[in-house]
Design a protein around this ligand. Sequence first.
Ligand code: C2E
Ligand code: MG
Ligand code: MG
Ligand code: MG
Length: 290
Amino acid sequence: QAKVAGRNTMCFFDPAMQEDISNRAKLEIELFDAVKHNHFQLFYQIQVNHLQQPVGAEALIRWLHPQKGIIPPIEFIPSAEESGLIIPLGQWIMDTACQQLKQWRQNPTTQDLTISINVSAKQFRQSKFVEQVTDTIKRHGINPAKLKMELTESLLLDDINNTITQMHALGRLGIQFSLDDFGTGYSSLQYLKKLPLYQLKIDRSFIDELLTDKSDQSIVKTIISMAQSLGFSVIAEGVETLDQQQFLQGEGCLNYQGYLFGKPIPIDEFENLFDEMLGLDKPLKRSNQA
Ligand code: C2E
Ligand code: MG
Ligand code: MG
Ligand code: MG
């Protein structure tokens, strides 16, 4: 038996650490199995414009674990990235989103809807990513302009020149890019202007206290005017109240996503929500407007 370690000495066999490692290994094995058996589902969260009309959806993955139930992406995406399982999983996400776009294409009321998928760094950095996207779009016969990709600042910054080349190649296909969680990274104007982006997506953390926090207000205003001067569209995530939406609209942010309009939900529920919203000839409960 090892001697009891004194204070402040490094202990390589810390049982907590050991447990952590074996939990991670276990998760990876289960994840491998889940990818093999397709134990995932895409949920869709509605995105609307300032008239509160649906313009599209963000696809958000859920793991349907046979014992544990629905597992949120935060609990397995990092592990999927580390293990490389994000590659087959990312392909499945793209295929599923494209299948959905293909269905929506058949119907005049849904044909203009876009789907945004979240693309992780490892997936984006694959040498054959552009080929895979091209092939997927062709295989499903969809309009590439309806498939949007959400990238994060850290992904972009990691290898900026390669990123720009890759974005241009995908942009030529017709794909549009949204910069996710904007404001939480270290974007400089210097490189923002070089990126072939379509949209900035304001991070939820600036929206939460938007009505009371003056610095959040100025950050949000700055992001919006920056987007405007660079020619990007802007969308806010995490919009939960009508007051937040109206503040954003007043500052010129004309696209929104958040619980105010709908949570991420399975496709059949999403389509019901969509029908419901279309059925209204007036915007949803605009309480302080006549
Ligand atoms: P994200 O791309 O920034 O997605 C937005 C997250 O905010 C989602 O969490 C969504 O459910 C949540 N959200 C949206 N509106 C509201 C709101 O009004 N209030 C609150 N409190 N939350 C809101 P979710 O679905 O748990 O996803 C978390 C993160 O996991 C995503 O952040 C994204 O980075 C990642 N992720 C999700 N799906 C995928 C995927 O298919 N591929 C990859 N690579 N990452 C994914
Ligand atoms: Mg996203
Ligand atoms: Mg986001
Ligand atoms: Mg976020």
